[in-house]
Write a protein that binds this ligand. Sequence first.
Ligand SMILES: CC(C)(COP(=O)(O)OP(=O)(O)OC[C@H]1O[C@@H](n2cnc3c(N)ncnc32)[C@H](O)[C@@H]1OP(=O)(O)O)[C@@H](O)C(=O)NCCC(=O)NCCS
Length: 279
Amino acid sequence: MQIRKMVLEDIEFALSLTTGEGWSDLHSDFVALISHTPPAAFVGEKAGTSIGMVSTVSYGDFGYFGSLIVSKEYRNRGLGRALLEHAIAYLRSEGVKVMMLDGVSSALSLYKRLGFKTVCHSLRMEGIIAGYSSGRVRSMQVNDLKKIFNIDLHNFGADHSYFLKRIIKQFPELCKVLEDEREIKGFVMGSRRGNFTRIAPCVVKDGAVEAALLIKAVSTQSPKALLRLGVLESNIEAVIMLKRLGFTVVSASYRMVQGNPNEISFSNGMYAIGSPAKG
Ligand SMILES: CC(C)(COP(=O)(O)OP(=O)(O)OC[C@H]1O[C@@H](n2cnc3c(N)ncnc32)[C@H](O)[C@@H]1OP(=O)(O)O)[C@@H](O)C(=O)NCCC(=O)NCCS
C-alpha cells in the first residue's frame, strides 16, 4: 500500500468511507483537514485504488488521530496498522510528543499494540432540548474571536483557532457567546449535519450553568431538532449537566493517549469536545 496526502479529489472517497460507517462527516470537514498546516489527512492506495485513510492533526506539542477507516474488503490485512504507523511517524516528524485519539472498542487492540493507553470513556450524547434565549447569551461577532480563541486555548490546551474560524464562517447562527458584565465567559459552536445539529465545542471555565444556557441557545435555532455532542466521562460536572438538560449517552469510545496517561490532564471547561478527530 502507498500512503499519500489527501487532496480535494479524494474527498468523495473519504465521505464514502465515513458514510459506510454511519459517521456524519461533512465535505467541509475534509477540506479543513487538507488545508490545515501541516496537512492533516492521508489516503492509502493499492494499484491506483484508494483503500483507506487516516487523519492526523498537529497542534504543536500534541496531536490527534481520527478518521481511520479501511475499505471493508481490505480489512484484517495489516493496512489499518500501516496507516496508523504512518500517521504516528508523520506527527513525530512534526515534533508532536503526546498523541491522542478516540478509539472504538473494536479497534482498541490495534491502538494498544501501537502504544496507546486508555484514559477514560469519550461519550457520545444526544437529545432534543427545549430552547431558551438567556439575556446573558448573544450571537458571536468577529470582534469576539480573540477572546474566544484565548478561552479555547486555556481549556483545550492548544491553538484550535484554524478549525473554529471555519465553523463560524459556515454556521454563524449556531455560534454563541455568554457574557457577564461585558466579559465573555464561554462560547458554543454548532454545525448542521444531516438530520441533527452537532454541538462542538462548548467551552466555559467552571460554568455548568453557563454551558447549559449556551446549548439551549443553539437549540432555539433549530427547535425540536436533535442535538448531538461528545464529552469526556471524566468531566463529571458536564455529564451531570447534560443529562439534566435531557441528553442521553448513545455510544462511547475510549480516549486514548500515547505516552504516560498520568501526565495528561483534561480541562473540565470542555462541556462538549471539538470533535473525535480533532480533539
Ligand atoms: C479499525 C480498522 C481501521 C482496522 O483496519 P484493518 O486494516 O482491518 O486493521 P489491521 O488489519 O491492521 O488489524 C486488524 C486485525 O487484523 C489482524 N491482522 C493484521 N494483519 C493481518 C494479516 N496479515 N492476516 C490476518 N490478520 C491480520 C490484526 O492482528 C488485527 O486483529 P485484532 O483486531 O484482533 O487485534 C478497520 O476495521 C475499520 O475501518 N473499521 C471501521 C472504522 C473504525 O471503526 N475505525 C476506527 C475508529 S476509532
